[in-house]
Design a protein around this ligand. Structure first.
Ligand code: PHE
Length: 688
């Protein structure tokens, strides 16, 4: 199904693409969010859901996004429209969420620019940072500096006045992003040779320095000592997956689809995806070492000075870690202004290429659909981005920044969107086309398992987490939408509205007719002629089974008062029926790949509903199992040393990162060594 033979504008070199994709993935999420999320959700234990999220779900999906972008040479909406016009909305959905993200991501970058400037002034002033003070008062001072002096922060939901000291850095951020991408991806491919290695180098310096501070081990104990009971909570899994998707730039914004669309026709996809997952994971893990060892150093220094500040007294989430706790910790240590400058410079260079990757992908989506000139769309987008960002530059802005962030990248947004991407491509499209396309040009090949990963495993995992946290949220004290007094919980309402409005808006945008696209995709073989539809009967049977399974689950969930025996009977019957439905529809969908008929839509939908049934079954089971688990555990009781398990965790992680990357590079070299003529010609149709 190689429909677009001509080469689109491209990156120039393989390195340019890999670095740009890494640049997008590795960003504020790694240094600012990951360490905190890990600390807050079970320390070393968090690595289990996180690794599952990155390698079991993230990697197959990344390959899928690369394949889709590369095959179609279009940004997300058009890429999905290639399969069928009806799928275009999935791409817009992800583009719209991308725009929501960049509108606040740019504001966090603006904070970083400001703090970079404060540190620079600190250096000029002979090393004195404006928030420096000793002991626990120092924490208060750093907090006041960030919240009061800089943000003029007010609590509550009112926005208040615009803070010009945030607004101007925001303008600077957008102008820098504009300059990076205005000349097209060739220039981006060059810029990332600076914005990727440089922050890595500085992160390395920060890590080495952190680890060599006296007391650093204590910090690592807070970071890595596992608290296993956290794994029994849906929130832990939810945040692990949210963080993994955010960090890999997956699903949101369709960044990876867009970036792959600019890739050369012959270039590798699978190995690049693996390299990117490993590099992103490695950066997060090492960033955590840097942050927590430095905090350990801080605890040691304050203990020596008799003004002991324990790590668990200060660590806090969200913006607090990067803009209060870490600046405070640096201020306790020698050469603070210089180190603070290095830290914020790292953040700025890490974040800027993630920021412009989203802008680029929204831009490409609009340009591909409308055919308008880049030179025209980009300035307009920049102005709109700044205008929307103004919301977060107000006195109450931080509150809203956290709300939107939590809802969009703290899973609600991604669970839905990631799931939709997979089921659309897995069940309703010929996923095998993407596999053969990727295999034709990659350093190593994907087996058939990959089709099933996208079609069955990933949707079931994402669906389970979604339902599980839904049950957890719905049963929490008070409620999710109304509090105990029956008042609206405004933040949750706004968050849910943003999440729910995105797909609706996406459908609306996808209905607008594109002046440039015309009918160019209508040559998809077989899709036009309804007589070529195959497996209708089986599809119908599978569909009925899937619905029956859903009905049984609905009874279990909605009628809590039926007897335990009947409940269990229904529950397990629903599982059996759903599995049968999946087997039938999977058989139908697989069988009619490659011939000129297409599998019945009912079979596809049966598969989708049945995977959701299994997710719901798993979620109900998990909810029942974890109901009895102790909820309040003493996470992060003061720890002095790494436990044996933490040593093992540390070792295994480092081995995995180094070994994994080594293997990927070995495969890349081995493939590069092959004579070009040995490579198969890129396939020109779905090979089966
Ligand atoms: N991956 C980026 C980070 O970790 C953020 C990002 C999200 C970039 C979504 C692009 C798309 O900071």
């Amino acid at each position: 199904m190689e429909m677009l033979e001509e080469q689109r504008e491209n990156w120039g070199t393989r390195g340019g693409f890999v670095l740009a994709a890494i640049g997008s993935a590795v960003g504020l999420g790694n240094l600012w969010r990951f360490p905190y999320e890990l600390y807050d959700h079970g320390g070393g234990a968090f690595l289990i859901p996180y690794i599952i999220a990155v390698f079991v779900v993230g990697l197959p999906m990344l390959i899928m996004e690369f394949g889709l972008g590369h095959l179609t040479q279009r940004a997300a909406p058009d890429a999905f429209a290639h399969g069928h016009k009806r799928f275009e909305f999935v791409g817009w959905w992800s583009t719209i969420l991308g725009f929501v993200i960049i509108s606040f991501y740019a504001v966090v970058l603006a904070y970083c620019f400001s703090f970079l400037w404060f540190s620079f002034k600190g250096i000029l002033a002979g090393g004195e940072l404006p928030w420096a003070a000793e002991g626990i008062e120092g924490v208060k001072k750093a907090e006041d500096f960030f919240l009061k002096t800089y943000l003029g922060h007010t609590t509550g939901s009112a926005l208040g006045a615009i803070r010009w000291n945030i607004f101007w850095p925001l303008v600077v951020t957008w102008v820098v992003m504009y300059l990076c991408i205005c000349k097209g991806v060739k220039l981006v491919g060059k810029i990332v040779w600076l914005t990727v290695p440089l922050p890595w180098l500085m992160l390395l310096v920060l890590t080495v320095r952190g680890l060599t501070l006296p007391g650093s081990i204590q910090g690592l104990a807070y970071y890595l000592n596992p608290s296993w009971p956290e794994l029994a909570k849906a929130t832990t899994w939810r945040f692990a997956f949210g963080q993994a998707f955010f960090s890999l730039s997956l699903a949101f914004g369709g960044v990876m689809i867009t970036y792959a669309s600019f890739l050369h026709r012959r270039s590798d996809l699978n190995n690049n995806a693996a390299i990117i997952c490993l590099a992103d994971f490695g950066t997060s893990f090492i960033a955590g070492l840097a942050i927590f060892s430095t905090l350990g150093g801080m605890a040691f220094v304050t203990a020596q000075a008799g003004t002991e500040v324990a790590i668990n007294q200060v660590v806090r989430g969200g913006a607090g870690l990067a803009f209060i706790v870490f600046p405070y910790a640096l201020a306790q240590l020698p050469y603070s202004a210089w180190w603070s400058f290095v830290f914020f410079f790292t953040l700025v260079t890490l974040g800027i290429d993630s920021g412009f990757s989203i802008t680029e992908s929204v831009l490409a989506a609009v340009v591909d659909k409308t055919g308008w000139r880049r030179g025209l769309v980009l300035p307009v987008m920049t102005v709109i981005g700044i205008a929307v960002g103004v919301i977060y530059t107000t006195e109450g802005g931080l509150n809203w920044l956290e709300v939107v962030g939590d809802f969009i990248d703290g899973t609600w947004g991604i669970a839905f969107l990631g799931l939709t991407e997979c089921v659309v491509l897995g069940w309703l499209w010929r996923i095998d086309t993407l596999r053969t396309h990727a295999n034709d040009r990659s350093d190593w090949n994907l087996g058939r398992w990959w089709n099933y990963a996208i079609r069955i495993v990933v949707p079931i995992v994402l669906g389970t987490i979604f339902f599980w946290s839904l049950f957890e949220d719905l049963t929490q004290a008070g409620g999710f939408i109304f509090d105990e007094q029956g008042n609206w919980i405004l933040k949750n309402c706004v968050g849910l509205t943003v999440v729910a409005a995105a797909p609706v808006l996406a459908v609306a945008v996808s209905l607008i007719k594109s002046p440039v696209r015309a009918e160019q995709y209508d040559n998809v073989p077989g899709v036009k002629n309804p007589n070529l539809c195959a497996g209708r009967m089986g599809g119908f049977v599978a569909f009925c089974l899937a619905i029956a399974s859903a009905a049984m689950l609905a009874v279990v969930v909605l009628r809590g008062n039926i007897s335990g025996k009947i409940q269990n009977y229904f529950l397990f019957q629903s599982l059996t029926v759903a599995i049968v439905a999946i087997l039938i529809s999977n058989y139908i969908v697989d069988k009619h790949v490659g011939d000129y008929s297409f599998p019945s839509w009912l079979a596809g939908w049966a598969g989708i509903i049945a995977t959701l049934d299994i997710s719901a079954f798993l979620a109900v089971t998990l909810t029942n199992l974890t109901k009895k688990a102790p909820t309040a555990t003493a996470t992060h009781a003061p720890a002095e040393h790494l436990t044996g398990v933490s040593d093992v965790i540390l070792g295994v992680m480092l081995l995995m990162i180094i070994g994994g990357l080594g293997w990927c590079f070995y495969r890349a070299m081995a493939a590069a060594g092959k004579d070009e003529s040995d490579l198969p010609e890129p396939s020109s149709g779905p090979v089966d």
